[in-house]
Design a protein around this ligand. Structure first.
Ligand code: PEP
Length: 250
């Protein structure tokens, strides 16, 4: 059984004070909810405070990115040892905004994934195609290349710490959502690649989330798809009531 994950990516929103105000409203709304795992990815300046408040609750928190080395002359970066030192055991990697605006590559995502695993962290790796690639019928090829590069030399046992988020770039923050059928089809493609990289058991066990304009209005139909093991939510995760409604999908 793949336990669903409902994750919120706060991108570059919320000061520490705003993050704590969110939790004050949100935690009571999801108290005792055990059907799904709930993960929040706040900004780096809010992360320590968020981790402290969610400790002992059914909500976990992680970083939106990290470097793969433990330390060094890399201005502006945060290392896995720095994250684990504050109790962070989750990291989001390869988000399309990192790829589009900061030249993140899947080769670097692979280094970061290996670093996360070796530090005992769980990693959520984002993959997804551009609209032009979908229109050119290249979705499968793009997903294959991304998954293979991200998982290069990752063993089946290491992949137990992996979650994939399928986020078609044309659906992120645009209001356009992939139809549940489109998402399910892409998830099938990713699962096939997981089997190629790490074997069929890993492919069956790895959770694949959908992300891209998920809202309370479309969560039920997305989660009704057998291939969709949860969602990664951007905009709609910023408001406690709306994110709690997503967590409580039917
Ligand atoms: C995201 O940031 O990963 C995302 C899916 O954003 P949104 O839900 O706003 O499209």
């Amino acid at each position: 059984m793949r336990k669903p994950i409902i994750a919120g990516n706060w991108k570059m929103y919320k000061t520490p004070k705003e993050s704590l105000a969110f939790l004050e409203s949100f935690l009571p709304l999801v108290k005792g909810h055990d059907r799904d795992e709930i993960i929040l990815f706040p900004t780096m300046t809010s992360l320590a405070a968020v981790l402290e408040v969610v400790a002992g609750t059914n909500v976990r928190a992680g970083a939106q990115n990290m470097h793969w080395l433990n330390e060094g002359a890399y201005t502006g970066e945060t290392s896995p040892t720095m994250l684990t030192a504050i109790g962070c055991r989750q990291v989001l990697l390869g988000h399309s905004e990192q790829r589009m605006y900061f030249n993140e590559t899947f080769e670097r995502v692979n280094l970061k994934l290996k670093a996360a695993i070796s530090h005992g962290m769980d990693a959520m790796v984002c993959v997804g195609e551009l609209l032009a690639e979908r229109e050119a019928m290249q979705t499968e090829e793009v997903l294959r290349t991304q998954v293979r590069a991200a998982l290069h030399n990752i063993t089946a046992s290491e992949a137990q710490r992996l979650v994939i988020a399928y986020e078609p770039i044309w659906a992120i923050g645009t209001g356009a959502t992939a139809t549940p059928e489109m998402a399910a089809e892409a998830h099938e493609m990713i699962r096939k690649e997981l089997a190629h990289c790490c074997g069929s058991q890993t492919a069956q066990e790895t959770r694949i989330l959908y992300g891209g304009s998920v809202k309370p209005e479309n969560i039920n139909t997305l989660m009704a798809q057998e291939q969709i093991d949860g969602v990664l939510v951007g905009g709609a995760s910023l408001v406690p009531e709306s994110f709690a409604r997503i967590v409580r999908y039917e």
